[in-house]
Ligand binder design. Sequence first.
Ligand SMILES: NC(=O)C[C@H](N)C(=O)O
Length: 337
Amino acid sequence: MRGIRVEQRREAQPGKVVVINTGGTISMALDEQAGAVSIGEGQPLHHLEPLLRQYAASEMVDLFQVPSPHMTPQMMQKLALVVQGYVEQDDISGVVITHGTDTLEETAYYLDLTVDTEKPIVITGAMRSSNEVGADGPINLVESMRVAADARSRGRGALVVFNDEIHAARFVTKTHTSNVSTFQSPSYGPIGFVTARGVSYHQPASRLQTYAVTRTKLANIQLVKMVAGMEAAWLKWLLDTPVDGLVIEAMGAGNIPPATLPIVLQLRARHLPIVIVSRCYNGYVQDVYDYEGGGKQLRAAGCIFSNGLNGQKARIRLLVLQGAGIPPENMQAHFSF
Ligand SMILES: NC(=O)C[C@H](N)C(=O)O
């Protein structure tokens, strides 16, 4: 143990790490009798504060107490403002956020896109609740603390720390319903590891553009997944609903079933921004196919092709871009990064 702490002190930044709790399994407990996991009363993670202080000066605050399927873009926006407020304080060197894992990647990506700072922002959670054998919450929280307190974590945007791995918010996704190694970055892998001796990165720090969300009313962006034999009727509601944008999880390299194409063309005729991503979890979408519903037709209709983001993250990106007032004609450039 002493070795870990010595290494940690050497790399720690002078300031304090703020831990912001938002809920999730990390702050839940298993009720043996009911056989179900649920959110507890009070301040579930505060008993860990003495442990966390062994690694860095810290302060813990409770913002939300929700399971992450209850998370909304409005709550993400509120969290981003709170985080921005903390990172602008000189005595704070980084922020850790505890969050449910189901939508953790969406919140992480929202923060990555909107919080303007070089300071580390780390998001973590747990797959096993606090009183289950092998609970992973405490170790994930301690490791997040070590990452947030480490000067080498600066300038990397929002990071997801889970199961000894450090992932970039842009690439990471939840891949397993129950395994503690659920967070993976398909195609890219983790950008670093948390080891017994310290925090280690195998990629240089890189930070992409952030956006100031200036519009108070968040855009209404829908996400639709294409399936074999999909008919127009499944999409017709989009013509009667006031939506601000649409993300289509298309097939393969970016193609849709022919019956759905007329609806997409009608939506484009109304200048609705439509972002194409793939159902595949590896690779980019491209306009390579020239058949009914093929990528070439989607591109010709002015659909935006995204660079390897999954559907839920492309939705967050479009939401942020609209919130930042990026004009529709510039959207493609902001999806080609
Ligand atoms: N492991 C978890 O945190 C899952 C939980 N359903 C949540 O996202 O809040």
